[in-house]
Design a protein around this ligand. Structure first.
Ligand code: SAH
Length: 355
């Protein structure tokens, strides 16, 4: 039994079964035993590989995107480049290298990294040690000083806790986790939170998910008020629907979300239709979501790859081609991953999007 499972069993013994969002928050962020608190999960030796870890091109294209958006904003003398959940700092390092091509932009930048994991923060400090721009770390977006903002969140929203609700004959119940026959098990709160209405014909057993929206809502509100834009990049679906998408990944394979809490990555699909609503409620506008493959092609990943291959060994050239395929092919990260932009209403058409 993992130390966190012991802790969760103690909590359940006192409080009773805990809702899925609390379980997810404990698994990922428990101050001693949380998944992100205790390790670097990224890379071949870790549990999963993210787009910036596949290729430097990903962060570089986002850096160029940010520079274009800064110009569209009227080239303000100060802009905050914010990253939510920066992992190893790879995306930011690659983006900053590309941003150097526009020295006025580089001079206007202050970088703000929102990161809860001490392990990853230490890695980010190493990766970005020679960036040559002011960099500040924060535990939450609330701590980032107000002002015009360009932001990116890659595989961040999927780690924000979700609540789940399950339909029974008498209505919708909060889905919980308790102990049954000595093992962690999914349960449902005994009383329905919404009594059954005659109009609700959802089949018994149907699951509905709702995600903790505060970090994204705050970001959208800041952008609406102070100007700028954000990219939300993640795996997920474009229309809201029913279904259980909670998944655990360990060592590049799926596992049971209730097995080894704190030692597997726990995520759930991003409901982009919901993110659009959060952003619009804050007065921001949205573009997309569009498939990641399409977005990267529109930003010029093929041309970037060709340039890199110009000075590459045959093996490096093959690696570059493989990375392009991995990031853009529909059967790899190209379709499942989507890109949504959140923008201030007065900003014009955004690079990579139709409008
Ligand atoms: N963006 C990186 C890492 C993705 S993993 C990449 O693409 O490689 C998720 C990241 O979000 C990690 O850095 C994790 O520590 C961070 N994270 C998870 N929950 C968070 C929260 N509530 N607040 C801030 N960061 C969080």
């Amino acid at each position: 039994m993992t130390p966190l499972e012991g802790e969760i069993r103690r909590i359940v013994a006192i409080d009773g079964p805990i809702p899925v969002d609390r379980y997810m928050a404990l698994c990922l962020g428990h101050p001693q035993h949380g998944y992100y608190t205790t390790r670097d999960p990224l890379g071949a030796a870790g549990d999963f590989v993210t787009a910036p870890e596949v290729s430097q091109m990903f962060g570089e294209l986002i850096g160029a995107w940010a520079a274009t958006v800064w110009r569209q904003m009227g080239s303000p003398p100060n802009v905050r480049l914010v990253e939510m959940g920066p992992g190893r700092g790879t995306l930011m390092a690659d983006a900053l290298r590309a941003a150097r091509a526009l020295p006025e932009f580089y001079a206007a930048l202050s970088v703000h990294l929102v990161e809860t994991s001490p392990v990853l923060r230490a890695l980010q400090e190493g990766t970005l040690a020679n960036a040559g721009v002011p960099i500040a770390w924060h535990h939450a977006l609330e701590e980032v000083p107000a002002g015009a903002t360009i932001a990116v969140a890659n595989e961040f929203v999927d780690a924000l806790p979700i609540s789940q609700f399950v339909k029974d004959r008498d209505g919708w119940h909060v889905r919980t986790i308790g102990v049954v026959d000595g093992k962690l098990a999914f349960l449902a709160a005994p009383d329905p939170m919404l009594n059954k209405s005659a109009a609700d014909t959802t089949p018994v057993g149907t699951i509905l998910e709702r995600r903790y929206d505060r970090p994204v809502a705050l970001l959208a509100g800041r952008i609406a008020q102070h100007g700028g834009a954000a990219l939300i990049i993640d795996y997920g679906h474009t229309e809201s629907g029913f279904g259980d998408t909670l998944q655990a990944v360990r060592g590049h394979a799926f596992t049971d979300p209730l097995e080894g809490p704190g030692e597997a990555d726990l995520t759930a699909q991003v409901d982009f239709a919901a993110v659009v609503i959060w952003a619009q409620h804050q007065g921001a506008v949205t573009r997309g979501p569009i498939p990641q493959g399409e977005f990267l092609r529109r930003l010029g990943i093929e041309q970037r790859a060709a340039r890199l291959k110009g000075s590459a060994t045959p093996q490096q050239a093959a690696d570059i081609d493989a990375a392009v395929t991995r990031l853009t092919a529909p059967d790899q990260m190209g379709e499942l991953f989507k890109v949504l932009a959140i923008a201030a209403p007065k900003l014009g058409p955004l690079p990579g999007f139709d409008r």
